[in-house]
Design a binder for this molecule. Structure first.
Ligand code: GLY
Length: 579
C-alpha cells in the first residue's frame, strides 16, 4: 500500500491534564487534591464513553456499531466515512477525498491524513480555458473532465491498517449493507438532486441510481447502490489495491475516458495519501490544531484568531465585535488567495502567516470605525459564492482517541457522473484549482499561481477539521459549506473560547466575509436592524442570505466534569449520540 509519511507531530499531548490540574488543586487542600487527582487521572485515561456527531443518523449508527464491535475511533471513522459515502451521495464519497485529523490517546500522537484528490497526470494549467483564454463554463464542474483522482479509498485503507483495531473489511460492513439495502430519500436529498438535476441527467448511471424517471425522486424512495456495494467489497477484500489496481481501476479509467475524462491507470496506481503535520496556533489559552495545506483551513483559522487575540471581544459592543471579526476574516482569506496551494508543489510562508507578529501587523491596519475595502489590499475579481456540499463528522472514543474528518466530492453530487459498472460518483474537485489565476471558482474563491493546475497536484481546499483544547475541555469541530467552512469554524472557536457548549457552537447564527466579494453575508436573524445599520455606517456592504448554511458537528470532552457531549447542527438532518 503506497503511503508517504512525513512531518508528523510526534507528541502534542501536554501534561497539564494530570500534573497541571494537580498543582492547582493543591492550593485548595490536600484532601480535595487527592480526590481530584484521582478523577483527573481517570479523565486523562479517556472519557469512558463514545461520542459521534455526523451528518446522517445511519452514519452515526455505523460508527457506534463498529465501536461496539471492539473498534476504536479510527475504525469508527472508517465506518462513518464509508456510510456517509453511501447515504449522502451529494456530499462525499469514495469517488472523492478529504482530511482526517486524528489524535491517538495512548501516545498523544496527532496527524492529518491527507486524502485529497490529485490532478490527473494529463491535466494541464489551461485545460479549462478556450482558445481565447477564457474559462469554459461548467467544464471544471460537470462530468468526468472535472474529476480529480480520488483519495478517500486510500485514506480508509490507511486509517484501518495503521491506526484501527479492526480489519478494514469489518469496518466497511455497515456501509456495504446500507448500499445493498438502500436509504430513503429525504427533503435535503430532493433539494440537492433538484439543484444538480440537469447535470445528473447527462450520466446514464447517475440518472438510474439517483433519479426516478429522470426526475427528482419522491421522499421515501429507496436508493440502492449495488455496484457501489461491489466496489466497497473489492476495497474490503483487497484493501488499497482493490480500488486503485485491477478490475475496479480498469472500469474507472475506461468509464472516465469514455465520458471525456483524462484519467489513466497510472494515475490510480500512483495515488498516495500523505500524513501531514497539522497547523497549530494558540488563542487565549486554547491550543488550536487544524487542517494543514493543501487545505487552507488551518492557516486561515489561525491567522484570523491571531488577529483577534489583540482584542477583548467580550468587552466590545456587538457592532465593533462583528466588525473586527469581519476584518480578521477579510485579511486571512486574502492571504489564502495569494499564497496557498499544494505544499508538495509550492513553497508557502506558512510560519509567517500563522505567526502572532504577522497578525499584529495586520491588526495595526484595522480601524475600529471603518471597514477596509478589499480593493485596498492586493486582490482581484468579484463574484458571489454559492453551493452547499461536503460533509463532516467528529468522534471521541472511550479511550480519548479523536477524529475530526471533513470529506468532499465538491459540488452537490460532485461531477454528477457515475462511472458505469462501479457505482462510483465522481468528484468535481478540479474546480478547487484556479482554472485561471484571479478568476473565481463556484464558491467565488479566487486563487493565485500557487493554486494553478499541475499534473499530480492537490487542489487547495477550505475543509477545516479542527481540535480545540483549553486544558479543561477538548472540542472536535468541523462543518461542510464550501468557502464559508473556515469562517464557521472561526465563529465556533470563539464560542468555545467563551465557555459555550457543543450545542451553542453548532447553533450560533453565522456571518461570513472572504475578502472577495467585498461584502458580509449573514444568515437570517444573525444581525438585527440596529447592527446592520451600524455595520453599514462603518462602510460594510451587507448581503443578507435568505437561508441558513452549514452543517456543523461537534463533540466535546470536558475533562473537569468528566463528561462528553455531542451536537449536530439543527440546519441538517444529522445525529449526535453518546453511548
Ligand atoms: N471542495 C470544497 C473544499 O475542499 O474546500
Amino acid at each position: 500500500m503506497p503511503v508517504i509519511m512525513f512531518s508528523r507531530t510526534p507528541n502534542t499531548k501536554r501534561p497539564r491534564h494530570g500534573a497541571f490540574s494537580l498543582s492547582r488543586r493543591l492550593l485548595r487542600g490536600l484532601a480535595l487534591c487527592l480526590v481530584l487527582f484521582s478523577l483527573a487521572a481517570q479523565a486523562a485515561d479517556g472519557p469512558g464513553r463514545n461520542a459521534i456527531a455526523s451528518a446522517h443518523p445511519a452514519a452515526t449508527a455505523a460508527g457506534h456499531e463498529i465501536l461496539a464491535a471492539g473498534g476504536n475511533a479510527f475504525d469508527a471513522a472508517v465506518a462513518v466515512s464509508a456510510a456517509l459515502a453511501v447515504v449522502e451521495p451529494y456530499s462525499s464519497g469514495i469517488g472523492g477525498g478529504g482530511f482526517w485529523l486524528i489524535h491517538r490517546a495512548e501516545d498523544g500522537f496527532t496527524t492529518m491524513i491527507d486524502g485529497r484528490e490529485r490532478a490527473p497526470l494529463a491535466a494541464h494549467r489551461d485545460m479549462y480555458l478556450d482558445a481565447e483564454g477564457e474559462v469554459i463554463p461548467r467544464a471544471s464542474v460537470d462530468g468526468p473532465l472535472s474529476a480529480g483522482i480520488p483519495g478517500e479509498p486510500a485514506a480508509l485503507a490507511h486509517l484501518a491498517g495503521t491506526y484501527g483495531r479492526l480489519p478494514l473489511a469489518e469496518s466497511l460492513v455497515p456501509a456495504i449493507r446500507l448500499a445493498e439495502e438502500g436509504f430513503a430519500v429525504d427533503a435535503h436529498y430532493r433539494r440537492m438532486a433538484g439543484f444538480r438535476l440537469e447535470a445528473l441527467r447527462a450520466s446514464e448511471d447517475a440518472t438510474r441510481l439517483f433519479l426516478r424517471g429522470a426526475n427528482v425522486p419522491e421522499e421515501g424512495t429507496v436508493i440502492r447502490q449495488l455496484e457501489l456495494a461491489a466496489t466497497l467489497r473489492a476495497l474490503a477484500e483487497r484493501g488499497h489495491d482493490g480500488f486503485y489496481k485491477g478490475e475496479v481501476a480498469e472500469k474507472l479509467v475506461n468509464g472516465v475516458r469514455a465520458g471525456g475524462g483524462i484519467w489513466s491507470l497510472q494515475d490510480l496506481a500512483d495515488y498516495e495519501i500523505v500524513e501531514r503535520d497539522p497547523v497549530h496556533g494558540e488563542y487565549r489559552g486554547i491550543t488550536v490544531t487544524a487542517a494543514a495545506p493543501p487545505s487552507s483551513g488551518g492557516m486561515v483559522l489561525v491567522e484570523a484568531l491571531n488577529i483577534l487575540e489583540g482584542y477583548d471581544l467580550q468587552q466590545m459592543d456587538a457592532a465593533t465585535r462583528t466588525h473586527v471579526i469581519v476584518e480578521a476574516m477579510r485579511r486571512a482569506y486574502r492571504d489564502r488567495a495569494e499564497y496557498l496551494g499544494d505544499p508538495d508543489y509550492v513553497d508557502m510562508p506558512l510560519s509567517r502567516l500563522t505567526h502572532p507578529q504577522y497578525a499584529a501587523g495586520l491588526r495595526a491596519g484595522i480601524r475600529l470605525d471603518r471597514a477596509t475595502p478589499s480593493s485596498l489590499l492586493p486582490g482581484v475579481v468579484d463574484t458571489t459564492p454559492k453551493g452547499e456540499d461536503t460533509t463532516h463528522f467528529s468522534i471521541i472514543d472511550g479511550d480519548g482517541n479523536r477524529v475530526a474528518a471533513t470529506l468532499s466530492i465538491n459540488y452537490p453530487f460532485g461531477a454528477a457522473w457515475v462511472v458505469p459498472g462501479t457505482g462510483v460518483l465522481l468528484n468535481d474537485e478540479m474546480d478547487d484549482f484556479s482554472a485561471k489565476p484571479g478568476v473565481p471558482n463556484v464558491y467565488g474563491l479566487v486563487g493565485a499561481e500557487a493554486n494553478a493546475i499541475e499534473p499530480g497536484k492537490r487542489m487547495l481546499s477550505s475543509m477545516t477539521p479542527t481540535f480545540l483544547d483549553d486544558g479543561e475541555r477538548i472540542a472536535v469541530v468541523g462543518t461542510p459549506g464550501g468557502s464559508r467552512i473556515i469562517s464557521m469554524v472561526l465563529l465556533a472557536a470563539l464560542e468555545f473560547s467563551e465557555g459555550r457548549d457543543a450545542k451553542a457552537m453548532v447553533e450560533r447564527r453565522r456571518f461570513h466575509h472572504q475578502f472577495l466579494p467585498d461584502a458580509i453575508q449573514f444568515e437570517p436573524l444573525a444581525f438585527d436592524d440596529a447592527l446592520q445599520l451600524e455595520l453599514q455606517s462603518r462602510g460594510h456592504e451587507l448581503q443578507p442570505l435568505d437561508s441558513s448554511y452549514g452543517n456543523m458537528h461537534v463533540v466535546i470532552w470536558d475533562l473537569e466534569k468528566r463528561r462528553v457531549e455531542a451536537a449536530s447542527d439543527g440546519r441538517g438532518v444529522g445525529k449526535a449520540e453518546v453511548r
